[in-house]
Design a protein around this ligand. Sequence first.
Ligand SMILES: Cc1cc2nc3c(=O)[nH]c(=O)nc-3n(C[C@H](O)[C@H](O)[C@H](O)COP(=O)(O)O)c2cc1C
Ligand code: SF4
Ligand code: SF4
Length: 299
Amino acid sequence: MKIMICFFSGTGNTALLTHAFAGALHDLGHTVSEHSLDGLNSGLPGQMARQINDCDILGIAYPVHAFNAPANILRFARLLPAQRETKPVFLLKTSGEPLRLNDVSSLKLIRLLRRRGYAARSEYHYVMPYNIIFRHSDTMAWRMLTTARDLIPLDAAELSCGAPRLPRSVPFGSLIASLMRCEHWGGRLNGRLYTVTEDCVRCGKCVRECPAGNIRMEKDGKIKFGGKCLMCMRCAQSCPKDAVKIGLFVYWKVNGAYSFQRPSSEEPEQRYNKLLTRAYERYFREAERRIDQTKESIT
Ligand SMILES: Cc1cc2nc3c(=O)[nH]c(=O)nc-3n(C[C@H](O)[C@H](O)[C@H](O)COP(=O)(O)O)c2cc1C
Ligand code: SF4
Ligand code: SF4
């Protein structure tokens, strides 16, 4: 089968897992291509639209933002070429915690897809380290990535044989998701409040890498932010001088990218509140059970 995966990734987590998923599908004999949605503004490039028409299954990968898909993912769904015959879609999502509420993040996207003639048949959700609010320990980040990498071949095999997988419904899910979508315009407003500190060395990395083209360097070298921010945290996380201040959310900033290396010395265990502790434990337990079951069925 020809499978095309279009992804958006603010700080790399979703990109890493998109790549792993594409690799697993490739190992199963499919032809897979990956396409970043960085810079998507008013229209889909013709080449991309043709490839979408041509593929057998379309994958869409995104990080959960405020229990929703990011604004540019919804824009992408609106721009998709209309299909006469329903085209199957699968979704890949990453989020900072495994709360069930994250399941509602795809509801609006699925509705938009349906209008263009696409049907979401399965969704795969992986927990990856937070890029806002708080920083996960290196041990936790590494555990999240290795767990996702162990699950992905199982999910790719499931997708490959056409088994549907949709999340369970959440009471008042649509209402909660639509209320939380204020993050889209809130993010754009907050983006205007971003500033850089005097540590900025005017290297231009943030200008080049912003997926929304929202950062510019003025003639005098000053860095300015516009009103198109996606709140993706790329500029904040990747600035070599840690100079970006993220407006009202300044105390939620997560500095520097995760290395995802296996931690060499045992770190103290990361502490969370009760709800999160239970949610993480359940996520890892269920993942391990699935991985073990598959190993047993093979041997
Ligand atoms: C603005 C914003 C909102 C977020 N909202 C949620 C959320 O509602 N639930 C969640 O579990 N994680 C949330 N996250 C965390 C990201 O989904 C998570 O870190 C993700 O793996 C980042 O992927 P990326 O590196 O591909 O951008 C949020 C992150 C950002 C920047
Ligand atoms: S990446 Fe950081 S140091 Fe470089 S221009 Fe942007 S804010 Fe300044
Ligand atoms: S300004 Fe920063 S947070 Fe906003 S879209 Fe650009 S890189 Fe992402």
